[in-house]
Write a protein that binds this ligand. Structure first.
Ligand code: FAD
Length: 480
């Protein structure tokens, strides 16, 4: 029989669980990717013509296509609604089964259910396999058989299960003999960005390593820094984290390989590897939260937090989005996401706290902004991160613990190097003055060439007043 492998968020040929399953079950396999109009058209309608992610995917898909062409095959690429394109393609190829990696986002589940129904009506089947997680769904439960909503005990259980059942990389190597011969109509060149309706972004100018080969280069680089991760990860001016998130998002790297690497290093006593592994456990944690509690997509994990009356000032929201709040670290962070599609984890916490607790803006506004601008946007992690910062989520930051944006800046960007990189108009300030320019004496401002309110904004809120207002605003949850 012939199996059709539908690639989605697993854009690589090695250690690919869906491909592995297809190769085990079928004599011949064909591989397809759909630029899904149900996902892309709404981006275009929201004005996101230049989306780095579309280019990132295109590069990853091109690498796969090139590898398959070396074997005399090709990647079949469609620009259509996947709900229709996949059943139609299975029929065209005569594939009995479509294999794909499981995706537990609510919209993905609905899409896959529709595809499965259409395939079944035609006498075919959809087989989904665990792909981008180590443990999914019900694989890590409490002793009472319930999903965890607190991270630390979840991690303990996760690590115990991994020790007992390490999730090894799988063999998914393809050979020419195993790849289905495709008619010319299915061996078309890849669509171009403009054929997909998108305009070029600055992705290529950023020189991010792309595709599975780019991911491998990043892994190689990070494997030489992982032991320092625990020391370096919190300082945005330092090269501390792995920068693998976009590759994990689109599966140009395998999470099984990464966890195996971190596990081995942790066993050898690396504290950096232990802490980094914990971050990958957070990733699984939020995926299972989303699976078990899909209401979090639109509402607070803890419903009482939906009673909060947000201030939602559109002008302040615009200032936050554009990096002109007058708080240098917040502005540097927002300019980082706008210019690169990446934001350091510490800064994601700082700007999310600032939006919800200093500006009193609904966390969903910030979540949506991140969803539109992060290269690594992943519904589960993004929603979890925002609800953590807004204190409305599982295992959240208590609402009365409010980040002070100046103290965060002094602690995590003490030398001001990160601020200088993204807020050049403050570059002449000395390290100790750069965190709160409005406190600087006039002579110092003049020496640094800064005119507050003209070359750089005055703060749009006073943190101490905002903090007091937030405590009042959040008091509605206290009675519970
Ligand atoms: P590293 O520090 O090298 O971490 C390695 C990997 O662990 C990451 O690539 C990621 O897959 C995972 N990871 C790390 N921290 C977390 C976390 N808190 N939750 C879940 N997984 C984690 N991460 C996303 O992948 N997509 C998002 O849309 C996203 N939105 C966020 C929004 C907010 C408000 C916050 C506070 C965090 C968010 N994160 C998100 C988590 C985290 O900030 C990023 O994963 C991380 O900054 C990516 O950089 P890195 O790959 O260099 O991270």
């Amino acid at each position: 029989p012939l199996g059709l492998v539908w690639l989605r968020r697993d854009l690589r040929l090695h250690d690919n669980a869906a491909l592995h399953a297809a190769l085990r079950a079928c004599d011949k396999v064909a591989l397809a990717f759909v630029f899904d109009r149900d996902i892309l058209d709404p981006l275009l309608q929201r004005g996101l013509q230049a989306d780095r992610r579309v280019e990132f995917i295109l590069a990853a898909v091109a690498e796969i296509d090139a590898a398959l062409r070396e074997h005399g095959a090709a990647l079949i690429v469609r620009h259509a609604s996947a709900r229709e394109a996949i059943p139609a393609l299975a029929a065209e190829l005569g594939a009995q089964t479509v294999f794909c990696g499981r995706d537990d986002e609510p919209e993905a589940l609905a899409r896959d259910a529709a595809v499965e129904r259409a395939l079944r009506q035609d006498g075919r089947a959809l087989r989904t396999v665990k792909e981008h997680m180590i443990f999914e769904r019900d694989e890590v439960l409490t002793a009472q058989g319930k999903p965890y909503s607190v991270f630390t005990p979840y991690r303990t259980a996760w690590l115990a299960r991994y020790a007992a059942q390490p999730q090894q990389p799988v063999d998914s190597a393809v050979t020419s003999a195993r790849l289905a011969a495709l008619p010319a109509a299915l061996r078309q060149p890849l669509p171009t960005l403009s054929e997909l309706g998108f305009a070029p972004s600055n992705l290529h100018a950023l020189k991010l390593p792309l595709g599975a080969s780019g991911a491998a280069a990043l892994v190689d680089d990070f494997s030489r820094r992982i032991d320092d991760y625990d020391q370096a990860r919190d300082y945005p001016a330092r090269k501390g984290p792995s920068y693998l998130s976009v590759h994990l998002r689109f599966g140009t790297v395998s999470v099984r390989e990464l966890v195996a690497m971190a596990w081995a290093r942790q066993q050898a006593g690396s504290e950096g590897a232990r802490v980094w592994l914990s971050e990958l456990v957070w990733r699984d944690f939020y995926f299972q939260i989303l699976f078990h509690h899909p209401h979090v997509v639109n509402a607070a994990f803890k419903p009482v937090y939906d009673r909060i009356q947000w201030r939602n000032d559109p002008a302040q929201f615009a200032a936050w989005c554009e990096g002109r709040t007058g708080y240098p670290l917040v502005d540097a962070a927002m300019r980082q996401i706008n210019q690169t599609g990446y934001m350091h984890n510490r800064l994601r916490m700082v700007v999310a706290s600032f939006l919800t607790k200093d500006l009193g803006i609904d966390w969903r506004w910030g979540e949506r902004y991140f969803a539109d601008h992060l290269n690594d946007f992943d519904l589960a992690a993004n929603n979890g991160g925002w609800q953590w910062a807004a204190s409305s989520g599982c295992d959240a930051q208590p609402y009365f613990r409010i980040f002070n944006p100046v103290a965060q800046s002094e602690k995590f960007d003490a030398g001001g190097d990160f601020i200088r990189r993204y807020v050049p108009e403050l570059a002449q300030f000395a390290s100790k003055d750069i965190h709160a320019p409005w406190k600087a004496p006039a002579a110092l401002l003049q020496a640094a060439g800064v005119r507050l309110g003209s070359t750089y904004p005055v703060p749009i809120v006073r943190h101490d007043l905002a903090r007091a207002e937030t405590l009042e605003r959040y008091a509605v949850v206290k009675a519970q």
